[in-house]
Write a protein that binds this ligand. Structure first.
Ligand code: AMP
Length: 280
């Protein structure tokens, strides 16, 4: 695997590959890699692309300075994992390399960003879109891979590509889960063994909700799920939402909806904020 820290060096390498006719598959991450991340790299490789993974903990998408400070950084282990799946290129830039000038871009994703993560993490999606747009400008991928684990992010990235008329195909990939069902996440490192056990309630609620959606109304389902998610005093539910998978707007009638529906959860387990979602 080749590793680059500067835009110039990365560009030189990718330009040569493009001239030789190779297509580029890009997987942006914030590091602390796990099998979920590796599944995206494997997808790019299955699609016969040059896999380019970036590791960049983007300061502009954190609304909480402590969250940014405590975000896990495990670059040596990340490199070993990337090499284990024969990732082709790692881009590991500094903040100055990504943001050499003051940031002036401001994105408006309308109603997609006023709900759920957008409502609870002010400015998060503008920061995320700023860095993804900048990384797209640097890497110029043909395809980019994002996890459904961050479904709202995936939807907003698809909108970003449309808004900027970028010639990039966005591929959404299924969430990889631990045995038992907990969605793999870099933040799981922070969970104590007891919290890890307690976190099972998130995926269990989602999978049970999928079953109950066949017989319950949206209101009944929401009350049941909220009840289920608020019994543990050491966790704090931020939201349980049933929403249209395209518009991300809350659904009040499960039967009347013509598009796909997903359930979304954000919950703090002790100090660790966890999110997950599932198609119903
Ligand atoms: P992050 O490093 O958390 O910014 O994630 C980088 C990419 O990996 C994003 O597109 C995530 O949605 C994706 N991702 C994170 N966790 C998982 C998972 N458990 N399964 C599949 N993709 C994931």
């Amino acid at each position: 695997m080749l590793k680059f820290e500067t835009v110039i060096d990365l560009n030189d390498h990718l330009e040569k590959l493009r001239k030789e006719g190779f297509k580029i598959g890009f997987i942006p991450t914030m590091g602390a890699l796990h099998k979920g991340h590796l599944s995206l790299i494997n997808r790019a490789k299955e699609d016969n692309l040059i896999s380019v993974c970036s590791i960049f903990v983007n300061p502009t998408q954190f609304n909480n300075p402590d969250d940014l400070k405590n975000y896990p950084r495990t670059i040596e282990a990340d490199i070993t994992l990337l090499e284990s799946v024969t990732c082709d290129v790692l881009f590991f830039p500094s903040v100055r390399e990504i943001y050499p000038h003051p940031i002036k871009t401001f994105f408006n994703f309308g109603r997609l960003e006023t709900v759920m993560e957008g409502a609870f993490r002010k400015g998060h999606f503008n920061g995320m879109a700023t860095v993804v747009n900048r990384l797209f400008e640097i890497v110029k991928p043909d395809f980019a891979y994002f996890g459904e684990k961050d479904f709202q992010q995936l939807t907003i990235v698809k909108m970003l590509v449309k808004m900027q008329s970028l010639p990039i195909k966005i591929i959404g990939c299924e969430t990889l889960r631990e045995e038992g069902g907990v969605a793999m996440s870099s933040r799981n490192i922070h969970l104590s063994p007891k919290e890890r056990e307690d976190a099972l309630i998130i995926s269990q609620t989602l999978f049970k909700a999928k079953e109950l959606a066949k017989t319950m109304t949206a209101q009944e389902l929401k009350s049941w799920a909220i009840n289920n998610l608020t019994t543990n005093p050491s966790s704090e539910l931020e939201y349980f939402e049933i929403a249209d998978a395209e518009t991300l707007q809350p659904i009040s009638n499960l039967k009347a909806s013509t598009s796909k529906i997903r359930a979304f959860i954000a919950l703090k387990m002790g100090k660790t904020r966890l999110i997950d979602n599932l198609e119903l």
